[in-house]
Design a protein around this ligand. Structure first.
Ligand code: FMN
Length: 199
């Protein structure tokens, strides 16, 4: 282990038992620096061949926020508008361009991803995996995270991610906990025996 801080049971409790999909936040702002710090940690989570296709757009300006709101499903709009920070989580279909640096131990790694359709699929799969790490990392910093994919992803891509090969997967609304619990009553999860088998 090379971690500087040992995870504690409290951290695990905070992330998985206490952490909810937030629907309201306090007015305390969320700095870019905090998101940067979380990214700097979660980027070390494993991906296929270290492809690392996760990309983030921090939607900071009121003008960009309104554009993002306009692409959200009706029932999601007010939360995207009111969250202290909204982040578009995306997959970079041109992730192969970074592979000379990211995969120095496999010469010519980028050539393995020459096929566009395969690359698009791997970008989505691996960025989703990294998105999970990101949610966990953000929660471990005490942030309340509200994930949403009820949106016109193609509209977001054209409007906010134009000129890139980034494809939006979901929006994360971020903030600090609201005074009042706003989440729905907790829904159950599958028991181990329903979700796992031993062969
Ligand atoms: C990828 C993803 C997409 C989601 N999309 C929406 C959404 O569009 N609107 C919404 O209100 N909640 C959305 N949710 C929230 C889920 O419904 C919520 O995480 C789940 O019910 C568990 O809730 P809990 O964390 O409070 O236990 C989404 C969650 C994830 C992870």
């Amino acid at each position: 282990m090379t971690t500087t801080t040992e995870p504690t049971l409290t951290t695990v409790e905070q992330i998985f038992h206490e952490g909810r999909s937030a629907r309201a936040w306090s007015t305390q702002p969320v700095d870019d620096a905090l998101v940067r710090r979380v990214y700097d940690t979660v980027r070390w989570g494993p991906t296929l061949m270290n492809t690392s296709p996760l990309r983030l757009l921090l939607v900071r300006s009121p003008e960009a926020r309104e554009r993002l709101v306009s692409h959200m499903a009706e029932g999601n709009r007010e939360r995207v508008r009111s969250a202290p920070l909204a982040v578009v989580v995306a997959a970079d279909a041109d992730f192969h361009e970074h592979l000379d640096a990211l995969v120095p131990h496999v010469p010519g790694a980028r050539d393995r991803f020459a096929d566009e359709a395969t690359r698009a699929r791997i970008a989505r799969e691996q960025a989703w995996l990294q998105a999970g790490y990101l949610v966990v990392g953000l929660r471990s910093e005490g942030l309340d995270v509200g994930p949403m994919s009820g949106m016109d992803a193609a509209g977001i891509d054209a409007d906010l991610l134009g000129g890139t090969a980034w494809h939006s997967l979901m929006v994360l609304n971020l903030g600090y906990p609201a005074a009042e619990e706003a989440a729905f009553p907790r829904a159950p999860r599958l028991e181990f025996d329903a979700a796992a088998a031993v062969a």
